[in-house]
Design a protein. Structure first.
Length: 417
């Protein structure tokens, strides 16, 4: 039987594929509307791509779509093994088939020429390295393609030293692997498809280095020793992957850990906004925290700073307008126009006009007279008539046009994002 012959030639490669198939069936059996979303099922089956929806009203995290991610929060909580499991998950059947066929073809070339221990060490090193580098760069992906490109990397070196390898791993196959690498980069750049290109490059470089060290007969023993010992660097690499202190999203996540003090929460939110100004929910929550600490003007300044960096955020726009309106009602000299000048600089004029206009509308909504209250409740024709319960429901504020983040005059009327 061909299947048994293939397994006999490349047992470990086939086991990797079988593992991926088992996880694929498990994920898709759970990824049903009645049970879990696809990302929730991936997380249940050990993936590291847990997602957090920015802007959720609760302090904790929740699984959501990938467009709303800030990072692998469970990895940050210490579950580093999820970075390894990611190598065996796949998005769809086509993804699994492509990687499975590639692993079968290349595994049958390499595995029979290595001892089981050597091949296992090579695959394990590739999985660990791809997982660590992907996490450190913040470009997590799923699939066996990182390991597959490690096989391409070692064959790239091996085919020049062994004619039998060159006959099996032909030049067109090598060109095809390179073209696919470029195609994945283009698909990601054009946002047609989100692909873990870092995993591909990491796998290829790792395989190339392995080939240079272990296939070169003239290579000195010291270089082989250093390459082997160099794998110990994976230990601090995984520690940094679990503690990426340079990432704003990590500090945002820590701001809502259980048992954290208000001061620590404030510091983490400040750092999150500083490290990654695009985290609009971090700005919003920092503004709320300042208001709770009885500093509404600083809360308005923070919301305005966040709006400057996230001009498409309706939440920060509403927050800024609300605080501007409250400050206008409380003081004779509102600080809003001064903040606009400090924050937006040359863009201050259109922003001031836009924000002040919306703040005045909010003030009118907040400053109801008895007559306007009756009219608002729909009882202007007969003030003495009974008021229905439906009329007491708060009216939803009209949605404001979002600002174009690319336009310096994005606060002007008629320009939509």
């Amino acid at each position: 039987m061909p299947v048994f012959r293939i397994f006999k030639e490349a047992p470990l490669s086939i086991c990797l594929i079988w593992t991926a198939c088992i996880l694929f069936v498990g994920v898709w059996s759970d990824a049903t509307p009645a049970r879990n979303s696809f990302n929730a099922a991936l997380h249940k089956w050990g993936a590291a791509i847990e997602t957090v929806r920015l802007g959720s009203e609760s302090g904790g995290s929740q699984l959501a779509e990938m467009e709303s991610t800030i990072g692998p929060t469970h990895v940050w909580d210490g579950e580093w093994w999820r970075l390894l499991v990611d190598n065996f998950h796949h998005v769809n059947l086509l993804h699994l088939l492509l990687n499975g066929v590639g692993m079968t073809i290349l595994g049958r070339i390499i595995e029979p020429r290595m001892s089981h221990a050597t091949y296992f060490s090579f695959i394990a090193g590739a999985i660990l390295t791809v997982g660590a580098i992907s996490a450190l760069t913040g470009e997590l992906g799923i699939g066996l393609s990182g390991v597959l490109y490690a096989l391409v990397g070692i064959l790239f070196v091996w085919r020049d030293r062994d004619e039998s390898i060159a006959e099996q791993f032909t030049y067109p196959m090598l060109i095809g692997a390179g073209l696919w690498l470029m195609a994945c980069q283009i698909l990601t750049y054009t946002e047609l498809m989100k692909i873990g290109n870092i995993a591909h490059y990491t796998g290829f470089i790792y395989g190339w280095m392995w080939g240079q060290v272990y296939l070169e007969k003239q290579q000195k023993l010291i270089f082989r020793f250093l390459f082997g010992v160099g794998h110990l660097l994976l230990i601090p690499a995984f520690w940094f992957a679990m503690n990426p202190f340079w990432m704003g999203a990590w500090h945002y996540h820590l701001a809502f850990e259980k048992g954290i003090s208000s001061r620590q929460q404030l510091e983490h939110l400040q750092t999150a906004c500083l490290r990654d100004p695009t985290l609009n929910d971090a700005w919003w929550r920092l503004s709320v925290l300042y208001e709770k600490n009885n500093d509404p003007r600083l809360a308005m300044r923070v919301a305005m700073e966040g709006l400057k960096h996230n001009r498409g955020s309706q939440k920060l726009l509403d927050r800024t307008v609300d605080l501007w309106a409250i400050d206008t009602l409380r003081t004779e000299e509102p600080i809003g126009p001064s903040f606009v000048q400090q924050v937006f600089g040359e863009e201050a004029e259109p922003w001031n006009a836009k924000l002040s206009q919306q703040a005045n509308q909010e003030i009118q909504r907040m400053s109801w007279s008895p007559e306007s209250l009756v009219e608002l409740m729909g009882q202007s024709g007969n003030p003495n008539s009974a008021i229905s319960l439906d009329s007491l429901k708060p009216k939803k504020r009209d949605s404001q046009p979002l600002f174009d983040p690319e336009s310096p005059n994005s606060a002007r009327e008629g320009e939509l994002f």
